[in-house]
Design a protein around this ligand. Structure first.
Ligand code: CO
Length: 188
C-alpha cells in the first residue's frame, strides 16, 4: 500500500526517531509499504518519519527507477560509525521537499551498523551515491533536512521556492500531507 509523504514543514520531520524493538510481521508489512511508496514516487531513499512513523527505519535503492535492477536495503536502528575525511558535492533532492534541488557536501565513504528485518546486526561500508543517500536518510532520523546543510546565502536565494513548498503551491506526482497534516492529492 502506498502511503502519503509528509511535507518537510510538518513537525514530524523535525522529530528524532525512536528505536525499533519488535521485529515482526507488522514491521515487514510497514517496510513493504515504504518500498511501494518510494518506488511510486521515483525516490532512491525514504525515512519512516517521511510517512508519519517515528521509528528508526529508512530504505534506499539507487536503482529505484530501473525495475529490472532494483535492490533495496532496509536499515533498522542504524548508526554511522565512521565517516571518511574525503568529501564530495552533489545535487540532492528529497521527496518531502518537492522539486527542490541543491548541492550538499558530504563525506564520500561511511561505515554503518544496522539491523535487518530479522533483527540481525550488519556492519557495512558504502561509497559514492549510496553513501550519500544513506547519510541523507540517516539525517531524517535525527530531524535534519538537507536544506539545513546548504549555505545561508543559497538558502536566501531559495526562500521563495521554499515558501511555495510550505504553502502547498506546487504540483507533484505523488500524494502528500501538508504541514497541517491535510491530504494533498498528486497533481502532476
Ligand atoms: Co529526504
Amino acid at each position: 500500500m502506498k502511503l502519503p509523504i509528509y511535507n518537510c514543514y510538518h513537525p514530524i520531520l523535525r522529530k528524532k526517531s525512536t528505536a525499533v524493538t519488535g521485529f515482526d510481521e507488522k514491521l515487514k508489512n510497514f517496510t513493504n509499504n515504504m518500498l511501494e511508496t518510494m518506488y511510486g514516487a521515483d525516490g532512491i531513499g525514504l525515512a519512516a518519519n517521511q510517512v508519519g512513523d517515528p521509528r528508526s527505519i529508512f530504505i534506499v535503492d539507487e536503482f529505484s527507477g530501473d525495475i529490472s535492477k532494483r535492490s533495496p536495503i532496509i536499515f533498522i536502528n542504524p548508526k554511522i560509525s565512521l565517516f571518511s575525511d574525503e568529501t564530495s558535492d552533489y545535487k540532492e533532492g528529497c521527496l518531502s521537499i518537492p522539486k527542490f534541488y541543491e548541492y550538499v557536501t558530504r563525506p564520500e565513504l561511511i561505515q554503518i551498523e544496522y539491523q535487518d528485518l530479522n533483527g540481525v546486526t550488519h556492519k557495512m561500508e558504502f561509497g559514492d551515491l549510496l553513501a550519500r543517500v544513506i547519510q541523507h536518510e540517516f539525517d531524517h532520523l535525527n530531524g535534519v533536512l538537507f536544506f539545513d546543510k546548504i549555505s545561508s546565502i543559497k538558502k536566501t536565494f531559495a526562500q521563495n521556492k521554499l515558501r511555495k513548498i510550505e504553502k502547498d503551491k506546487f504540483t507533484i506526482h505523488y500524494d502528500m500531507l501538508n504541514r497541517n497534516g491535510e491530504y494533498i492529492k498528486a497533481s502532476d
